[in-house]
Design a protein around this ligand. Structure first.
Ligand code: FMN
Length: 226
């Protein structure tokens, strides 16, 4: 059982990474071999609209044909049994890197074909449990006002279309800087942020750990190893 963890944050050891790493440890506790991949360590683009992934009778059908540093990462994801992506919320969306990765991973795995009932055909039937973990400055109580549940669900919808299952986990009101006094900010109260980090973030990490565990168990049920 192989589980990959995709860090879409440019910061290698901050909120998003910590949430992903907790999920990774949960997956490991359920028996998976795990790997953390930092997207910002690689140079790559989004989809180039070449449509090689939908070309008739082609060996690139169902696969992204762009040859850059993302390709080996995509190959690992396509071979994985569990995929967990993580991203900070940037301007109400995942980071550009995570978005580019999702285009290149998901678009080849969804078809422009429907069956006789008009149901969309997936490239493959294998159920791969996936999830998206978001970290954000926004307190949980503001999320509805900014339409975040709707906006941030889109990536999980994409993953669901390609892999059959996806979940979303949020960590809100994150602690953003080591030293708030160095920056122009009057919108957030550093003391409240620190209190939230000390009280809520450990609970968020537990939720991430349980998510990693649960997805591996689900993958085991799907392939009959549990
Ligand atoms: C360019 C940029 C845009 C951001 N936009 C938002 C936003 O729209 N909503 C929000 O809640 N937080 C926003 N944030 C804050 C981050 O999402 C938040 O601090 C996150 O936890 C950082 O993750 P990291 O610690 O892994 O870098 C933004 C941060 C940056 C750098």
């Amino acid at each position: 059982m192989r589980a990959v963890f995709i860090n879409g944050s440019p910061r290698r050891n901050q909120n998003t990474f910590k949430m992903l790493d907790a999920a990774r440890k949960g997956a490991e506790s359920a028996g998976a071999d795990t790997e953390m991949i930092h997207l910002f360590a690689s140079e790559f683009t989004g989809c180039k609209s070449c449509f090689a992934c939908k070309l008739k009778n082609s060996k690139t059908n169902g696969l992204c044909a762009v040859k850059d540093a993302l390709r080996p990462i995509l190959e690992k994801c396509v071979a994985a049994d569990v995929i967990v992506c993580g991203s900070p919320v940037y301007l109400s969306a995942p980071t550009g890197q995570l978005r580019s990765f999702i285009e290149r991973l998901v678009f080849p795995l969804i078809t422009y074909m429907v069956d006789e009932n008009g149901q969309h055909l997936r490239v493959r039937d294998k159920l791969v449990p996936t999830a998206v973990i978001y970290t954000m400055n926004c307190p949980e109580s503001w999320m509805e006002r900014f339409n975040y549940p709707l906006l941030l669900e889109v990536t999980a919808d994409n993953l669901r279309a390609a892999f059959g299952h996806s979940e979303v986990l949020y960590s809100c009101d994150t602690y953003q800087f080591n030293d708030y006094s160095r920056y122009d900010i009057n919108m957030f109260d550093e003391t409240k942020k620190r209190e939230h980090r000390d009280k809520q973030f450990p609970i968020d990490l537990d939720n991430a750990y349980n998510l990693g565990r649960r997805l591996v168990e689900k993958a085991g049920e799907a392939d009959g190893t549990n």
